[in-house]
Design a protein around this ligand. Structure first.
Ligand code: FAD
Length: 469
Protein backbone atom coordinates (compact mmCIF):
# COMPACT_ATOMS: atom_id res chain seq x y z
CA UNK A 1 0.00 0.00 0.00
CA UNK A 2 1.15 3.53 -0.78
CA UNK A 3 1.64 5.79 2.26
CA UNK A 4 -1.28 8.13 3.00
CA UNK A 5 -1.19 11.60 1.53
CA UNK A 6 0.65 10.62 -1.65
CA UNK A 7 -1.12 9.94 -4.91
CA UNK A 8 0.04 6.60 -6.34
CA UNK A 9 1.60 6.68 -9.78
CA UNK A 10 1.13 4.32 -12.72
CA UNK A 11 2.92 3.74 -15.97
CA UNK A 12 0.62 2.34 -18.67
CA UNK A 13 2.32 0.73 -21.68
CA UNK A 14 0.18 0.73 -24.82
CA UNK A 15 -2.37 3.28 -26.04
CA UNK A 16 -5.02 1.00 -27.57
CA UNK A 17 -8.47 0.99 -25.98
CA UNK A 18 -7.24 -1.23 -23.12
CA UNK A 19 -4.43 1.17 -22.18
CA UNK A 20 -6.67 4.20 -22.71
CA UNK A 21 -9.39 2.76 -20.43
CA UNK A 22 -6.86 1.77 -17.79
CA UNK A 23 -5.17 5.17 -17.82
CA UNK A 24 -8.54 6.92 -17.66
CA UNK A 25 -9.78 4.82 -14.75
CA UNK A 26 -6.57 5.29 -12.77
CA UNK A 27 -6.47 9.05 -13.41
CA UNK A 28 -10.16 9.35 -12.50
CA UNK A 29 -9.26 7.60 -9.22
CA UNK A 30 -6.66 10.25 -8.43
CA UNK A 31 -3.54 8.43 -9.65
CA UNK A 32 -0.70 10.18 -11.47
CA UNK A 33 -0.57 8.40 -14.81
CA UNK A 34 1.97 8.28 -17.63
CA UNK A 35 1.06 6.46 -20.83
CA UNK A 36 3.70 5.17 -23.27
CA UNK A 37 2.56 4.45 -26.82
CA UNK A 38 4.88 3.22 -29.54
CA UNK A 39 2.93 4.91 -32.32
CA UNK A 40 2.28 8.61 -32.73
CA UNK A 41 -1.44 8.31 -32.06
CA UNK A 42 -3.81 6.50 -29.72
CA UNK A 43 -6.35 3.85 -30.73
CA UNK A 44 -4.20 0.75 -31.27
CA UNK A 45 -5.85 -1.71 -33.62
CA UNK A 46 -8.83 0.61 -34.17
CA UNK A 47 -7.26 3.38 -36.26
CA UNK A 48 -7.63 5.35 -39.45
CA UNK A 49 -4.98 6.68 -41.80
CA UNK A 50 -4.83 9.13 -44.65
CA UNK A 51 -4.81 7.49 -48.06
CA UNK A 52 -1.84 9.20 -49.75
CA UNK A 53 -3.48 9.20 -53.20
CA UNK A 54 -6.98 10.43 -52.38
CA UNK A 55 -6.26 12.24 -49.12
CA UNK A 56 -9.30 10.43 -47.72
CA UNK A 57 -9.20 8.99 -44.20
CA UNK A 58 -9.62 5.21 -44.33
CA UNK A 59 -10.15 2.86 -41.39
CA UNK A 60 -7.78 -0.07 -40.91
CA UNK A 61 -10.96 -2.13 -40.81
CA UNK A 62 -14.68 -1.66 -40.45
CA UNK A 63 -15.39 -1.67 -36.71
CA UNK A 64 -18.84 -2.75 -35.57
CA UNK A 65 -20.37 -2.65 -32.11
CA UNK A 66 -23.51 -4.22 -30.68
CA UNK A 67 -25.93 -3.08 -28.04
CA UNK A 68 -24.26 -5.43 -25.55
CA UNK A 69 -21.10 -3.25 -25.57
CA UNK A 70 -22.19 -1.33 -22.45
CA UNK A 71 -18.73 -0.38 -21.19
CA UNK A 72 -17.59 0.81 -24.61
CA UNK A 73 -20.65 2.96 -25.21
CA UNK A 74 -20.49 4.55 -21.79
CA UNK A 75 -16.80 5.23 -22.47
CA UNK A 76 -17.75 6.91 -25.77
CA UNK A 77 -20.17 9.06 -23.77
CA UNK A 78 -17.36 10.13 -21.45
CA UNK A 79 -15.23 10.96 -24.49
CA UNK A 80 -18.11 13.04 -25.88
CA UNK A 81 -18.30 11.00 -29.11
CA UNK A 82 -21.47 8.96 -28.57
CA UNK A 83 -23.14 10.84 -31.43
CA UNK A 84 -20.36 9.70 -33.80
CA UNK A 85 -21.56 6.09 -33.34
CA UNK A 86 -24.82 4.99 -34.92
CA UNK A 87 -26.67 2.09 -33.28
CA UNK A 88 -29.76 0.52 -34.85
CA UNK A 89 -32.98 0.96 -32.85
CA UNK A 90 -33.70 -2.71 -33.71
CA UNK A 91 -31.58 -5.49 -35.17
CA UNK A 92 -31.94 -5.43 -38.94
CA UNK A 93 -29.57 -7.28 -41.27
CA UNK A 94 -30.08 -8.14 -44.93
CA UNK A 95 -28.52 -11.49 -45.83
CA UNK A 96 -28.16 -12.40 -49.53
CA UNK A 97 -27.39 -15.76 -51.07
CA UNK A 98 -25.46 -16.25 -54.31
CA UNK A 99 -28.68 -16.15 -56.32
CA UNK A 100 -29.36 -12.65 -54.98
CA UNK A 101 -32.24 -13.79 -52.75
CA UNK A 102 -32.63 -11.65 -49.66
CA UNK A 103 -33.32 -12.98 -46.18
CA UNK A 104 -33.64 -10.77 -43.11
CA UNK A 105 -32.47 -11.14 -39.55
CA UNK A 106 -34.39 -8.65 -37.48
CA UNK A 107 -35.68 -7.99 -34.01
CA UNK A 108 -39.20 -6.97 -33.02
CA UNK A 109 -40.33 -4.89 -30.09
CA UNK A 110 -41.23 -7.61 -27.54
CA UNK A 111 -39.06 -9.03 -24.77
CA UNK A 112 -35.99 -11.20 -25.56
CA UNK A 113 -35.60 -13.81 -26.88
CA UNK A 114 -39.13 -13.76 -28.36
CA UNK A 115 -38.22 -10.58 -30.26
CA UNK A 116 -36.22 -12.78 -32.68
CA UNK A 117 -38.78 -15.55 -33.14
CA UNK A 118 -40.51 -14.14 -36.19
CA UNK A 119 -37.11 -13.45 -37.85
CA UNK A 120 -36.12 -17.08 -37.36
CA UNK A 121 -39.44 -18.35 -38.70
CA UNK A 122 -39.46 -16.11 -41.77
CA UNK A 123 -35.73 -16.26 -42.55
CA UNK A 124 -35.54 -17.16 -46.22
CA UNK A 125 -32.26 -19.05 -46.15
CA UNK A 126 -33.60 -21.90 -43.97
CA UNK A 127 -36.02 -24.65 -44.97
CA UNK A 128 -39.07 -25.31 -42.76
CA UNK A 129 -37.20 -28.16 -41.06
CA UNK A 130 -34.16 -25.96 -40.51
CA UNK A 131 -36.31 -23.27 -38.93
CA UNK A 132 -37.60 -25.80 -36.38
CA UNK A 133 -34.01 -26.94 -35.81
CA UNK A 134 -32.90 -23.32 -35.34
CA UNK A 135 -35.56 -22.72 -32.67
CA UNK A 136 -34.41 -25.93 -30.96
CA UNK A 137 -30.83 -24.64 -31.17
CA UNK A 138 -31.83 -21.34 -29.56
CA UNK A 139 -33.49 -23.12 -26.65
CA UNK A 140 -30.45 -25.38 -26.18
CA UNK A 141 -28.14 -22.34 -26.28
CA UNK A 142 -30.25 -20.55 -23.66
CA UNK A 143 -30.01 -23.53 -21.32
CA UNK A 144 -26.33 -24.32 -21.93
CA UNK A 145 -23.77 -23.63 -19.19
CA UNK A 146 -21.00 -22.03 -21.21
CA UNK A 147 -18.61 -21.86 -18.25
CA UNK A 148 -18.53 -25.68 -18.01
CA UNK A 149 -14.91 -26.74 -18.66
CA UNK A 150 -15.85 -29.03 -21.57
CA UNK A 151 -17.27 -26.03 -23.48
CA UNK A 152 -13.71 -24.79 -23.97
CA UNK A 153 -12.61 -28.13 -25.40
CA UNK A 154 -15.05 -28.49 -28.31
CA UNK A 155 -15.87 -26.27 -31.27
CA UNK A 156 -19.14 -24.38 -31.52
CA UNK A 157 -19.74 -26.23 -34.80
CA UNK A 158 -19.55 -29.60 -32.98
CA UNK A 159 -21.78 -28.29 -30.19
CA UNK A 160 -24.38 -27.14 -32.74
CA UNK A 161 -24.23 -30.47 -34.60
CA UNK A 162 -24.75 -32.33 -31.35
CA UNK A 163 -27.82 -30.16 -30.75
CA UNK A 164 -29.52 -31.08 -34.00
CA UNK A 165 -28.35 -28.22 -36.21
CA UNK A 166 -27.98 -29.06 -39.93
CA UNK A 167 -25.10 -27.79 -42.11
CA UNK A 168 -27.53 -25.34 -43.67
CA UNK A 169 -28.61 -24.04 -40.24
CA UNK A 170 -25.01 -23.70 -39.18
CA UNK A 171 -23.72 -21.87 -42.26
CA UNK A 172 -26.82 -19.86 -43.25
CA UNK A 173 -27.69 -18.74 -39.74
CA UNK A 174 -25.21 -19.37 -36.93
CA UNK A 175 -22.07 -18.63 -38.92
CA UNK A 176 -23.54 -15.27 -40.06
CA UNK A 177 -23.51 -14.27 -36.39
CA UNK A 178 -20.23 -15.94 -35.41
CA UNK A 179 -17.79 -15.37 -38.27
CA UNK A 180 -17.76 -11.58 -38.01
CA UNK A 181 -17.95 -11.33 -34.23
CA UNK A 182 -15.25 -13.94 -33.52
CA UNK A 183 -13.25 -13.42 -36.75
CA UNK A 184 -13.01 -17.15 -37.31
CA UNK A 185 -14.95 -19.93 -38.94
CA UNK A 186 -17.58 -21.48 -36.70
CA UNK A 187 -15.70 -24.81 -36.77
CA UNK A 188 -12.60 -23.11 -35.30
CA UNK A 189 -14.15 -21.32 -32.31
CA UNK A 190 -14.87 -22.83 -28.93
CA UNK A 191 -18.41 -23.69 -27.89
CA UNK A 192 -17.85 -21.49 -24.82
CA UNK A 193 -17.23 -18.36 -26.90
CA UNK A 194 -19.87 -19.20 -29.53
CA UNK A 195 -22.41 -19.54 -26.72
CA UNK A 196 -21.24 -16.27 -25.19
CA UNK A 197 -22.07 -14.47 -28.44
CA UNK A 198 -25.47 -16.13 -28.71
CA UNK A 199 -26.43 -15.83 -25.03
CA UNK A 200 -25.15 -12.30 -24.29
CA UNK A 201 -25.15 -10.75 -27.75
CA UNK A 202 -28.38 -12.17 -29.14
CA UNK A 203 -30.72 -13.56 -26.51
CA UNK A 204 -30.08 -11.63 -23.28
CA UNK A 205 -32.02 -8.48 -24.09
CA UNK A 206 -33.95 -6.86 -26.90
CA UNK A 207 -31.31 -4.19 -27.50
CA UNK A 208 -28.17 -6.33 -27.13
CA UNK A 209 -27.91 -7.45 -30.76
CA UNK A 210 -28.57 -4.05 -32.33
CA UNK A 211 -25.67 -3.29 -34.65
CA UNK A 212 -23.70 -0.05 -34.60
CA UNK A 213 -20.77 1.54 -36.40
CA UNK A 214 -18.85 4.82 -36.46
CA UNK A 215 -20.13 7.68 -38.59
CA UNK A 216 -16.61 9.16 -38.73
CA UNK A 217 -13.14 7.70 -39.32
CA UNK A 218 -11.86 5.76 -36.29
CA UNK A 219 -9.18 8.35 -35.58
CA UNK A 220 -11.89 10.94 -34.99
CA UNK A 221 -14.27 8.51 -33.28
CA UNK A 222 -11.69 6.97 -30.87
CA UNK A 223 -8.03 8.04 -31.08
CA UNK A 224 -8.16 11.85 -31.03
CA UNK A 225 -11.00 12.21 -28.49
CA UNK A 226 -9.21 9.73 -26.20
CA UNK A 227 -6.09 11.86 -26.37
CA UNK A 228 -8.08 14.97 -25.46
CA UNK A 229 -9.88 13.19 -22.62
CA UNK A 230 -6.71 11.75 -21.09
CA UNK A 231 -4.97 15.14 -21.29
CA UNK A 232 -7.96 16.71 -19.49
CA UNK A 233 -7.53 14.08 -16.76
CA UNK A 234 -3.88 15.09 -16.44
CA UNK A 235 -2.42 11.91 -17.96
CA UNK A 236 1.08 12.49 -19.27
CA UNK A 237 1.21 10.97 -22.74
CA UNK A 238 4.41 9.97 -24.46
CA UNK A 239 3.50 9.13 -28.05
CA UNK A 240 6.03 7.62 -30.43
CA UNK A 241 7.74 6.26 -27.34
CA UNK A 242 7.95 2.44 -27.30
CA UNK A 243 8.81 0.50 -24.16
CA UNK A 244 11.84 -1.69 -24.80
CA UNK A 245 11.86 -3.71 -21.59
CA UNK A 246 10.42 -4.08 -18.09
CA UNK A 247 13.07 -4.45 -15.37
CA UNK A 248 12.14 -6.63 -12.41
CA UNK A 249 14.10 -6.82 -9.14
CA UNK A 250 15.03 -9.96 -7.18
CA UNK A 251 11.95 -9.38 -4.98
CA UNK A 252 9.72 -9.72 -8.07
CA UNK A 253 8.77 -6.02 -8.07
CA UNK A 254 9.02 -4.08 -11.32
CA UNK A 255 11.74 -1.43 -10.89
CA UNK A 256 11.34 0.52 -14.13
CA UNK A 257 10.45 0.45 -17.80
CA UNK A 258 13.21 1.15 -20.27
CA UNK A 259 12.04 3.14 -23.29
CA UNK A 260 13.27 3.09 -26.87
CA UNK A 261 15.41 6.15 -26.20
CA UNK A 262 16.96 4.47 -23.11
CA UNK A 263 15.04 6.45 -20.50
CA UNK A 264 14.27 4.55 -17.31
CA UNK A 265 10.78 5.36 -16.11
CA UNK A 266 9.45 4.23 -12.75
CA UNK A 267 6.10 4.27 -11.03
CA UNK A 268 4.28 2.55 -8.18
CA UNK A 269 2.33 0.31 -10.57
CA UNK A 270 2.78 -0.78 -14.18
CA UNK A 271 -0.06 -1.71 -16.51
CA UNK A 272 1.09 -3.53 -19.60
CA UNK A 273 -1.61 -3.14 -22.30
CA UNK A 274 0.24 -4.39 -25.36
CA UNK A 275 -0.85 -7.24 -27.69
CA UNK A 276 -0.11 -10.77 -26.41
CA UNK A 277 2.60 -11.30 -29.02
CA UNK A 278 4.48 -8.17 -27.88
CA UNK A 279 4.46 -8.90 -24.14
CA UNK A 280 7.05 -11.73 -24.03
CA UNK A 281 9.62 -9.42 -25.66
CA UNK A 282 9.23 -6.86 -22.85
CA UNK A 283 9.58 -9.04 -19.76
CA UNK A 284 12.85 -10.43 -18.41
CA UNK A 285 13.73 -14.06 -19.17
CA UNK A 286 13.21 -15.26 -15.59
CA UNK A 287 9.57 -14.10 -15.70
CA UNK A 288 8.98 -15.35 -19.24
CA UNK A 289 9.22 -18.96 -18.07
CA UNK A 290 6.57 -18.46 -15.36
CA UNK A 291 2.79 -18.32 -15.47
CA UNK A 292 0.99 -16.59 -17.04
CA UNK A 293 3.69 -15.56 -19.50
CA UNK A 294 4.84 -19.08 -20.37
CA UNK A 295 1.47 -20.05 -21.80
CA UNK A 296 1.01 -17.04 -24.08
CA UNK A 297 2.59 -18.96 -26.96
CA UNK A 298 -0.66 -20.94 -27.00
CA UNK A 299 -2.61 -17.87 -28.17
CA UNK A 300 -2.96 -17.20 -31.89
CA UNK A 301 -4.28 -14.33 -34.01
CA UNK A 302 -6.52 -14.36 -37.08
CA UNK A 303 -6.51 -11.95 -40.02
CA UNK A 304 -9.02 -9.44 -41.38
CA UNK A 305 -8.84 -7.93 -44.85
CA UNK A 306 -10.77 -4.82 -45.84
CA UNK A 307 -11.13 -3.70 -49.44
CA UNK A 308 -12.20 -0.08 -49.85
CA UNK A 309 -13.89 0.49 -53.23
CA UNK A 310 -14.70 3.87 -54.80
CA UNK A 311 -17.30 3.73 -57.58
CA UNK A 312 -18.22 6.54 -59.94
CA UNK A 313 -21.90 6.07 -59.08
CA UNK A 314 -24.22 4.59 -56.53
CA UNK A 315 -24.18 0.79 -56.58
CA UNK A 316 -25.56 -0.12 -53.14
CA UNK A 317 -28.67 0.82 -51.18
CA UNK A 318 -28.81 0.49 -47.41
CA UNK A 319 -25.92 0.77 -44.95
CA UNK A 320 -24.61 -2.79 -44.89
CA UNK A 321 -25.44 -6.37 -45.75
CA UNK A 322 -24.03 -9.90 -45.57
CA UNK A 323 -23.40 -12.38 -48.39
CA UNK A 324 -23.70 -16.11 -47.75
CA UNK A 325 -21.14 -18.42 -49.33
CA UNK A 326 -19.21 -15.51 -50.81
CA UNK A 327 -15.76 -14.04 -50.17
CA UNK A 328 -17.48 -10.65 -49.79
CA UNK A 329 -19.02 -11.51 -46.40
CA UNK A 330 -19.94 -8.03 -45.08
CA UNK A 331 -20.27 -5.01 -47.38
CA UNK A 332 -20.60 -1.56 -45.78
CA UNK A 333 -21.80 1.56 -47.53
CA UNK A 334 -19.20 4.04 -46.26
CA UNK A 335 -20.86 6.94 -48.08
CA UNK A 336 -24.24 6.11 -46.56
CA UNK A 337 -22.85 5.63 -43.07
CA UNK A 338 -20.93 8.92 -43.18
CA UNK A 339 -23.86 10.80 -44.67
CA UNK A 340 -22.19 11.58 -48.01
CA UNK A 341 -24.33 9.27 -50.18
CA UNK A 342 -25.93 11.49 -52.82
CA UNK A 343 -27.89 10.59 -55.93
CA UNK A 344 -25.79 11.14 -59.03
CA UNK A 345 -22.51 11.03 -57.14
CA UNK A 346 -19.88 8.34 -56.58
CA UNK A 347 -20.07 5.86 -53.71
CA UNK A 348 -17.41 4.46 -51.36
CA UNK A 349 -17.98 0.92 -50.11
CA UNK A 350 -15.97 -1.33 -47.83
CA UNK A 351 -15.82 -5.10 -48.11
CA UNK A 352 -14.87 -6.54 -44.73
CA UNK A 353 -13.53 -10.10 -44.81
CA UNK A 354 -13.18 -11.90 -41.48
CA UNK A 355 -10.98 -14.98 -40.97
CA UNK A 356 -9.27 -13.91 -44.20
CA UNK A 357 -6.92 -16.89 -44.39
CA UNK A 358 -7.45 -17.26 -48.15
CA UNK A 359 -6.90 -13.56 -48.83
CA UNK A 360 -4.16 -12.40 -46.46
CA UNK A 361 -1.24 -13.54 -48.64
CA UNK A 362 -2.73 -12.69 -52.04
CA UNK A 363 -1.08 -9.82 -53.91
CA UNK A 364 -3.21 -6.68 -53.44
CA UNK A 365 -4.05 -6.12 -57.16
CA UNK A 366 -5.18 -9.74 -57.54
CA UNK A 367 -7.31 -9.52 -54.43
CA UNK A 368 -8.85 -6.17 -55.44
CA UNK A 369 -9.72 -7.57 -58.90
CA UNK A 370 -11.36 -10.70 -57.53
CA UNK A 371 -13.39 -8.68 -55.02
CA UNK A 372 -14.46 -6.25 -57.76
CA UNK A 373 -15.61 -9.25 -59.81
CA UNK A 374 -17.61 -10.59 -56.84
CA UNK A 375 -19.14 -7.14 -56.40
CA UNK A 376 -20.33 -7.17 -60.02
CA UNK A 377 -21.98 -10.54 -59.37
CA UNK A 378 -23.59 -9.37 -56.14
CA UNK A 379 -24.67 -5.81 -57.04
CA UNK A 380 -26.31 -5.42 -60.48
CA UNK A 381 -25.55 -1.67 -60.47
CA UNK A 382 -21.83 -2.41 -60.08
CA UNK A 383 -21.80 -4.02 -63.54
CA UNK A 384 -22.21 -0.66 -65.30
CA UNK A 385 -20.30 1.38 -62.74
CA UNK A 386 -16.66 2.30 -63.06
CA UNK A 387 -14.46 1.31 -60.17
CA UNK A 388 -12.38 4.46 -59.73
CA UNK A 389 -10.10 3.23 -56.96
CA UNK A 390 -9.58 0.25 -54.68
CA UNK A 391 -7.46 0.06 -51.55
CA UNK A 392 -6.68 -3.21 -49.80
CA UNK A 393 -5.91 -3.08 -46.06
CA UNK A 394 -4.54 -6.29 -44.57
CA UNK A 395 -4.40 -6.83 -40.80
CA UNK A 396 -2.68 -10.17 -40.23
CA UNK A 397 -2.93 -10.12 -36.43
CA UNK A 398 -6.34 -8.51 -36.22
CA UNK A 399 -7.84 -10.41 -33.28
CA UNK A 400 -6.84 -13.23 -30.95
CA UNK A 401 -8.44 -16.55 -31.81
CA UNK A 402 -11.13 -18.00 -29.56
CA UNK A 403 -10.20 -21.56 -30.47
CA UNK A 404 -10.95 -24.43 -28.06
CA UNK A 405 -8.45 -24.19 -25.19
CA UNK A 406 -7.80 -20.44 -25.56
CA UNK A 407 -9.99 -19.52 -22.60
CA UNK A 408 -7.73 -21.44 -20.18
CA UNK A 409 -4.72 -19.41 -21.35
CA UNK A 410 -6.18 -15.91 -21.00
CA UNK A 411 -4.63 -14.43 -17.85
CA UNK A 412 -6.17 -12.32 -15.10
CA UNK A 413 -4.76 -8.78 -14.69
CA UNK A 414 -2.69 -9.63 -11.61
CA UNK A 415 0.69 -11.30 -12.08
CA UNK A 416 3.30 -12.89 -9.81
CA UNK A 417 4.92 -9.46 -9.78
CA UNK A 418 2.90 -7.48 -7.21
CA UNK A 419 3.10 -4.17 -9.07
CA UNK A 420 2.71 -5.45 -12.66
CA UNK A 421 -0.78 -5.73 -14.14
CA UNK A 422 -1.95 -6.96 -17.54
CA UNK A 423 -4.56 -5.43 -19.83
CA UNK A 424 -5.45 -6.09 -23.44
CA UNK A 425 -8.51 -7.57 -25.06
CA UNK A 426 -6.78 -10.98 -24.97
CA UNK A 427 -6.77 -11.11 -21.15
CA UNK A 428 -9.59 -12.90 -19.33
CA UNK A 429 -12.57 -10.59 -19.83
CA UNK A 430 -15.21 -13.13 -20.85
CA UNK A 431 -15.46 -11.23 -24.15
CA UNK A 432 -13.88 -12.10 -27.50
CA UNK A 433 -11.33 -9.86 -29.21
CA UNK A 434 -13.38 -6.68 -29.32
CA UNK A 435 -13.26 -3.04 -28.30
CA UNK A 436 -15.66 -3.86 -25.45
CA UNK A 437 -13.26 -6.57 -24.27
CA UNK A 438 -10.38 -4.08 -24.45
CA UNK A 439 -12.23 -1.54 -22.30
CA UNK A 440 -13.20 -4.19 -19.72
CA UNK A 441 -9.58 -5.41 -19.58
CA UNK A 442 -8.35 -1.86 -18.96
CA UNK A 443 -10.84 -1.39 -16.14
CA UNK A 444 -9.94 -4.79 -14.67
CA UNK A 445 -6.22 -3.94 -14.63
CA UNK A 446 -6.89 -0.53 -13.06
CA UNK A 447 -9.10 -2.13 -10.40
CA UNK A 448 -6.43 -4.74 -9.62
CA UNK A 449 -3.75 -2.03 -9.29
CA UNK A 450 -5.98 0.11 -7.09
CA UNK A 451 -6.98 -2.76 -4.85
CA UNK A 452 -3.39 -3.84 -4.34
CA UNK A 453 -1.82 -0.37 -4.01
CA UNK A 454 -4.56 1.88 -2.71
CA UNK A 455 -7.87 3.56 -3.57
CA UNK A 456 -11.07 1.94 -4.80
CA UNK A 457 -12.60 1.34 -8.19
CA UNK A 458 -15.20 -0.89 -9.78
CA UNK A 459 -13.81 -3.36 -12.28
CA UNK A 460 -16.30 -2.68 -15.03
CA UNK A 461 -19.57 -0.94 -15.61
CA UNK A 462 -21.15 -4.02 -17.14
CA UNK A 463 -24.88 -3.45 -17.38
CA UNK A 464 -24.62 -0.05 -15.77
CA UNK A 465 -24.33 1.77 -19.08
CA UNK A 466 -27.30 3.38 -20.73
CA UNK A 467 -29.44 1.18 -22.98
CA UNK A 468 -28.39 1.56 -26.59
CA UNK A 469 -31.03 2.85 -28.95
C1 FAD B 1 -9.30 -4.91 -39.06
C2 FAD B 1 -9.88 -5.03 -37.68
C3 FAD B 1 -11.26 -5.04 -37.53
C4 FAD B 1 -11.80 -5.15 -36.25
N1 FAD B 1 -13.16 -5.12 -36.12
C5 FAD B 1 -13.69 -5.04 -34.88
C6 FAD B 1 -15.07 -4.83 -34.72
O1 FAD B 1 -15.83 -4.78 -35.69
N2 FAD B 1 -15.56 -4.71 -33.46
C7 FAD B 1 -14.75 -4.78 -32.36
O2 FAD B 1 -15.23 -4.61 -31.23
N3 FAD B 1 -13.42 -5.02 -32.49
C8 FAD B 1 -12.88 -5.14 -33.72
N4 FAD B 1 -11.54 -5.35 -33.87
C9 FAD B 1 -10.73 -5.66 -32.68
C10 FAD B 1 -10.40 -4.43 -31.86
O3 FAD B 1 -9.86 -3.42 -32.69
C11 FAD B 1 -9.37 -4.84 -30.82
O4 FAD B 1 -9.85 -5.94 -30.08
C12 FAD B 1 -9.07 -3.74 -29.82
O5 FAD B 1 -8.87 -2.51 -30.47
C13 FAD B 1 -7.83 -4.16 -29.03
O6 FAD B 1 -7.47 -3.14 -28.14
P1 FAD B 1 -6.22 -3.33 -27.16
O7 FAD B 1 -5.99 -2.03 -26.51
O8 FAD B 1 -6.43 -4.52 -26.32
O9 FAD B 1 -4.99 -3.70 -28.11
P2 FAD B 1 -4.31 -2.79 -29.23
O10 FAD B 1 -5.35 -1.98 -29.90
O11 FAD B 1 -3.48 -3.69 -30.06
O12 FAD B 1 -3.39 -1.79 -28.41
C14 FAD B 1 -2.07 -2.10 -28.03
C15 FAD B 1 -1.24 -0.84 -28.15
O13 FAD B 1 0.07 -1.12 -27.65
C16 FAD B 1 0.98 -0.43 -28.47
N5 FAD B 1 2.30 -1.03 -28.28
C17 FAD B 1 2.75 -2.20 -28.78
N6 FAD B 1 4.02 -2.43 -28.37
C18 FAD B 1 4.35 -1.37 -27.60
C19 FAD B 1 5.54 -1.02 -26.88
N7 FAD B 1 6.61 -1.80 -26.89
N8 FAD B 1 5.54 0.16 -26.20
C20 FAD B 1 4.47 0.98 -26.19
N9 FAD B 1 3.33 0.69 -26.86
C21 FAD B 1 3.27 -0.48 -27.55
C22 FAD B 1 0.40 -0.59 -29.87
O14 FAD B 1 0.94 0.36 -30.76
C23 FAD B 1 -1.08 -0.38 -29.60
O15 FAD B 1 -1.45 0.97 -29.70
C24 FAD B 1 -10.96 -5.27 -35.12
C25 FAD B 1 -9.58 -5.27 -35.29
C26 FAD B 1 -9.04 -5.15 -36.55
C27 FAD B 1 -7.56 -5.13 -36.70
Amino acid sequence: MIGSGRCPSALVIGGGLAGIASAARLAESGWRVTLLEARTSLGGRAFSFEDPESGRELDNGQHVIVGACHNLVSFFERLGVRDLWYVQPRLNVDVYDRAGRRGKLYGLGGPAPGHLLSAFLTYRHLSVGDKCRAVRGVIAAMLAKRSAPEMDTISFYDWLRSHGQSERCIYNLWNVIIEGTLNDNISDVSAAMGLMIVQDGLLKGRLESNIGYPKAPLGRAIGLPSETYLRQLGVRMLLGCPARGIEVGADGMVRCVVTGDHQMMSADAYVCAVPFWVLPGLIPDHLAGRAPFNSLTGLRASPIVNVHLDYDRRVMDGDFCYFLDSPLQWVFNGSGIRGTDRQGEGQSLTVSISAAWDQIDLPRPELANSIAEEMRAAFPKARDAQLVKSTVVKQRNATFRCTPGAQRIRPTPSTASPNLFLAGEWTDTGWPSTMEGAIISGYNAAAAAISSLGGAADASEENSGPPMV
